[in-house]
Design a protein around this ligand. Structure first.
Ligand code: IFM
Length: 471
């Protein structure tokens, strides 16, 4: 796959891949990215970078349990050490600041900050206080995610997201963290990608906790969204000056043919990937087409839940990576039909920037109350290697440039997009794919923990310097 992708990439972007452009990143002069208030940052997540899973009172999470099961994660990798960020956070913040990045999106590990009885774990909380205070000192805008998939195992033992009580425990956790960290967080996001937590975790079992049942997926989603809805007013009360939002990963589905069946399949794909989350948040109801796809999976919804879930947001975080080409499966669903001859990344994901633009414009048309948007993740994995102290990640440079152009097009079409976070600041634990897939703009040598700034990060830094100089 990697070789095929490079071959296609060579034909698509010869100037970039052969290194003949002095600066293949800087956006055109009329791009909205030149606006100095368009926030440009990078993102990470606790389990993917922190390591130190047994230190200072941290409890086990579902990912500790899941990754210890043979066959669940490539090469048997776990997040036990990861990027050792728990010990190296000061140097990592220096690195972030030295790149001129204006924003940093991180997540808090729930099992690090609360014990099983719900009492605060001071040592864990102090870690995040130190980190966020240092980021503030550096003038970096902080986006803090409360839940990026590392559910405490003791909650999973009581049913995890299948148990409605987990939503209330999440609100308690949001209460504790927003009391402790108020004033150091510019924007709170409740959940990262509930689609992944619900579907990959409870629907197909590819992620922790590894359960596979469509009915579980819809009920887990409902409790995740309820957790979000319960947490928002708590965050508003405890930390009124910050913004409150949620992050959704969105998927572009295109039809393999003009046939009505394939068009319907593409529609259902987007219902399952996008409307399943965005409709409850922005319309206060689940899309009924979801239950055509998965008959009989309607979740148990109590009176008032949908009002709780659809309370107004200050912003919506959008994560975008690729598109999926689909056809009808001949029944009431869709099946993937991978396109040949298209550019792909190390993940095998198709590079398709237009999908981001088209989805954003579509959301503006569909949801009249669409809040301001931040692109909270976008990026790609490549098989990067350090050669003579350098990492020439040419495909990533071109990928970022094209996706930022798509963001600019959406802004020009009237979508209110306020910032963009690279995924990721550094190579890290890529869930079921372990350490093999490298998404960072900074390379990590996991045997030494040496960080090497990739060419993509240098070019982003150069652009940010130029933008600052013009302001
Ligand atoms: O690494 C993940 C991240 O944790 C959530 N969004 C997608 C990324 C790439 O797969």
């Amino acid at each position: 796959m990697a070789n095929d992708a490079s071959a296609v990439f060579d034909t698509l972007s010869p100037a970039v891949s052969k290194g003949s452009l002095a600066d293949p990143f800087t956006p055109p002069a009329d791009s909205s990215l030149w606006r100095k208030n368009f926030l440009l940052g990078a993102a990470t997540a606790s389990y993917q970078i922190e390591g130190a899973v047994n230190e200072d009172g941290r409890l086990p999470s579902i990912w500790d349990t899941f990754s210890a099961i043979p066959g669940k994660v490539l090469a048997g990798d776990t997040g036990a050490v990861a990027c050792d960020h728990y010990h190296r956070w000061e140097a990592d913040v220096e690195m972030l600041a030295s790149l001129g990045l204006e924003g940093y999106r991180l997540s808090i590990a729930w099992p690090r900050v609360m014990d099983a009885a719900g009492a605060p774990n001071r040592k864990g909380i102090d870690f995040y206080k130190r980190l966020l205070n240092r980021l503030k000192e550096k003038g970096i805008t902080t986006f803090v995610t409360l839940y990026h998939w590392d559910l405490p195992q003791h909650l999973e033992d009581r049913g995890g997201w299948l148990n409605r009580d987990t939503a209330y425990r999440f609100a308690d956790y949001a209460d504790l963290m927003s009391c402790e960290l108020a004033g150091t967080v510019d924007a709170w996001t409740t959940l990262n990608e509930p689609w992944c937590s619900a579907y990959l975790g409870y629907g197909n079992g590819h992620h922790a906790p590894g359960l596979a049942n469509d009915r579980f997926a819809t009920q887990a989603m409902h409790h995740l969204l309820l957790a979000h809805g319960l947490a928002v007013p708590v965050l508003r009360a405890n930390d009124p000056a910050s913004q409150k939002g949620i992050v959704a990963n969105i998927g572009r589905g295109t039809a393999n043919s003009d046939s009505a069946a394939d068009q319907r399949a593409a529609h259902l794909f987007e219902v399952q990937h996008n409307a399943w989350i965005l409709d409850p948040l922005l319309k206060g109801s689940y899309p009924q087409d979801l239950f055509e796809l998965w008959p009989g999976t309607e979740p148990l919804v109590l009176d008032g839940d949908m009002e709780t879930i659809s309370a107004p947001l200050d912003f919506l975080g959008i994560n975008y990576y690729f598109r999926t080409n689909v056809a009808s499966d001949g029944a009431h669903g869709f099946r993937d039909v991978p396109l040949e001859g298209v550019e792909r990344t190390q993940m095998g994901w198709e590079v398709y920037p237009d999908g981001l633009r088209d989805l954003l414009i579509g959301f503006k048309e569909t949801y009249h109350n669409l809040p301001p948007i931040y692109i909270t993740e976008n990026g790609m994995a490549s098989d990067d290697e350090v050669t003579d102290g350098r990492v020439e990640d040419t495909q990533r440079i071109s990928f970022l440039k094209r996706h930022l152009a798509a963001v600019d097009q959406a802004i020009k079409a009237g979508v209110d997009i306020r910032g963009y976070f690279l995924w990721s600041l550094m190579d890290n634990f890529e869930w079921a794919f372990g350490y093999e897939r490298r998404f960072g703009v900074v390379h990590v040598d996991y045997s030494t923990q040496k960080r090497t700034i990739k060419r993509s990060a240098e070019l982003v830094e150069k652009f940010l310097q130029e933008r600052k100089a013009k302001a």
